[in-house]
Ligand binder design. Structure first.
Ligand code: GLN
Length: 279
């Protein structure tokens, strides 16, 4: 069957199943099966696709019809221009999180800095920072071994040598280290957040999404604990939900951080709050 016909049929199935981006999903999945860029599909849209490749495409479409995220099906997602491998044990990197990367890059000089990324998952934030700032030394930690394995593999695949990854439950394995910059995209959704029942989020690990105390428990913990691991004048940057900016700023102020502020993401929503260790 021709590429254009396959795409039309798959798009119709995905649209009927409620995918918000049926044509894009079909193109990305067919491109993945054929080992080609999406643009190639347009140039060669009258090409036939062999039976075994059609069967592989059909299996991916069937998984997508029941809601599996495209990034888990292809095993890949782009973040900050880096092609990252994904794994169902970690969150899929999101464009929202580029706000955290931008804020971090604007805060510290390009000279040597020690940087810590807590709950690194696929390594997205750590690798974006390390690739932009070759003089920085970035450590990514995660409680989950699959995340550390994945992030390390991503670093190797991308040839990024100034980031390393280790298993640690937040700061647990870091006893006497200090950092100029600590960043985290922790879990921050409340247990009853209706967003958890929709779309890709249903297939992502709860442990990376949900926190107690209306989603604020881990943010509060990190604000309290990070001071001990920051150098004087070091910054803590936290991603959070769009309605959590005020609560996070208040917690940073109460814990004694200075220069407390919130930054907006690409959609103009409060997304990242920061504070500096001043004493
Ligand atoms: N921003 C994510 C979402 O809304 C949540 C990520 C997180 O909890 N860190 O799906």
């Amino acid at each position: 069957m021709r590429i254009d016909r396959l795409l039309v049929e798959a798009t119709a199935r995905l649209a009927a199943a409620g995918s918000p981006t049926p044509r894009l999903d079909a193109e990305v999945l067919l491109g993945h099966v054929l080992g080609r860029e999406r643009s190639w599909l347009y140039t060669w849209n009258d090409h036939g696709v062999e039976g075994f490749l059609r069967a592989r495409f059909a299996a991916l479409i069937a998984a997508r019809v029941v809601g599996e995220p495209v990034a888990y099906l292809t095993g890949e997602r782009e973040f900050w221009g880096l092609a990252l491998a994904t794994h169902a044990a970690t969150l899929i990197p999101r464009p929202d999180t580029e706000c955290l990367v931008e804020t971090a890059l604007a805060l510290r000089p390009a000279t040597a800095q020690r940087v810590l990324d807590l709950g690194t998952g696929s390594g997205a934030i750590a690798l974006a920072l390390a690739s932009e700032r070759p003089a920085w030394r970035v450590t990514g930690v995660d409680r989950i071994i699959e995340a550390v394995t994945l992030a390390s593999a991503n670093a190797r695949r991308l040839g990024i040598a100034n980031a390393d990854f280790q298993v640690s439950d937040w700061f647990a394995a870091l006893t006497d280290q200090r950092f100029e910059l600590i960043v985290a995209n922790p879990p921050y959704l409340a247990e009853d957040d209706p967003h958890l029942a929709l779309g890709d989020v249903r297939f992502e690990p709860r442990s990376a999404l949900v926190a107690g105390g209306e989603g604020l428990a881990d943010l509060h913990y990190l604000i309290g604990a990070a001071r001990h691991y920051l150098e004087t004048e070091g910054w803590l940057l936290l991603e959070h939900g769009m309605a959590q900016g005020e609560a996070v700023r208040e917690a940073l102020n109460q814990a004694g951080y200075g220069a407390v502020a919130t930054r907006l993401d690409l959609a103009g929503r409060p997304r990242v709050s920061l504070g500096r260790r001043d004493d």
